[in-house]
Ligand binder design. Structure first.
Ligand code: ADP
Length: 265
């Protein structure tokens, strides 16, 4: 069996390939020992590691794995997934929305890291907890899905009440900027969480499209486990990318790009 592992800050992504089949699975990084024990009991033909916790695994297993830089691994895996999913794009910006968010430009051959920002899945979990007291990821993201951002976020059209705005009215003018205009409202956890996902998604998108403009491409690809069980985040980034005039790509199993890419580097 061939195994590629991307051991990140929050999640360990595992890709296994044997008999021409591929399997994807995830473990919490807090359960890293479980992964180490499993690896030590497995018949392994090839083991390749990447991610910030790759060294922790490498130190405690009987095999001698190869370790790769996660940016190159993600880029390689993403190339494979784009191709398998029928996207023929030559050069693009990709945003890896993990615990934090990393931006890369792929020029048709290599990736270069072109930016990073602290808004990502970690912020959704951390700020989400502060606003709702919920620690469970699934519970948090489930609750956010039907939240209503209207009384919390200030849109351009809220400011330009009677005149045509010079930019699209649906753009957010100020995340959380509508709160003080609605003090008589009930700010439910669902609504606060939806706005949290909104600000994270919009910051990421804004940075991604600014980079796309700088690197003269129209294509912006989004990957990372932060989209797991979070259709709302996906909708925010896709809609916001389109609203800003660029083409978004959401890649199935994109969160496994690093683990898959490590296998093929
Ligand atoms: P990293 O490589 O930094 O661990 P990931 O791409 O795996 O990054 O994304 C981590 C994010 O994925 C978390 O911050 C969280 O928002 C989200 N996530 C998805 N599934 C889970 C889960 N089961 N438990 C915790 N976080 C999850």
């Amino acid at each position: 069996m061939k195994i590629g592992i991307d051991a990140g800050g929050t999640l360990i992504k595992i890709v296994q390939e044997h008999d021409n089949r591929r399997y994807y699975r995830t473990e919490l990084t807090t359960n890293i020992q479980k992964v180490i024990d499993w690896l030590n009991n497995e018949e392994i033909e090839t083991l390749k590691l990447t991610g910030g916790n790759a060294g922790v695994i490498a130190d405690q297993i009987h095999h001698s794995p190869e370790i790769f830089v996660e940016f190159d691994a993600s880029s390689k895996g993403l190339e494979i997934l784009l191709d398998e999913q029928g996207h023929q794009i030559e050069h693009y910006i990709f945003a890896n929305v993990g615990t934090g968010t990393s931006f890369h430009y792929f020029d048709g051959k290599d990736q270069q890291r072109v930016g990073g920002v602290g808004t990502g899945g970690g912020m959704i979990q951390g700020l989400g907890y502060l606003l709702s007291n919920i620690t469970d990821y699934k519970e948090l993201t489930n609750l956010a899905q039907n939240g209503d951002r209207d009384a919390i976020d200030l849109k351009v059209k809220h400011i330009y009440k009677d005149t045509e705005p010079p930019i699209p009215g649906d753009l957010t003018a100020a995340n959380f900027g509508n709160v003080l205009h609605h003090l008589d409202n009930q700010f439910t956890s669902a609504n606060k969480l939806a706005s949290t996902i909104g600000v994270v998604g919009e910051v990421i998108t804004t940075m991604a499209i600014t980079l796309a403009r700088e690197y003269k491409t129209n294509h912006v690809v989004y990957i990372g486990s932060s989209f797991n069980n979070n259709q709302l985040l996906r909708e925010v980034v896709e809609n916001y990318t389109v609203l800003r005039g660029f083409k978004p790509y959401y890649i199935e199993n994109g969160a496994f790009s690093g683990a898959l890419g490590a296998l093929y580097l």
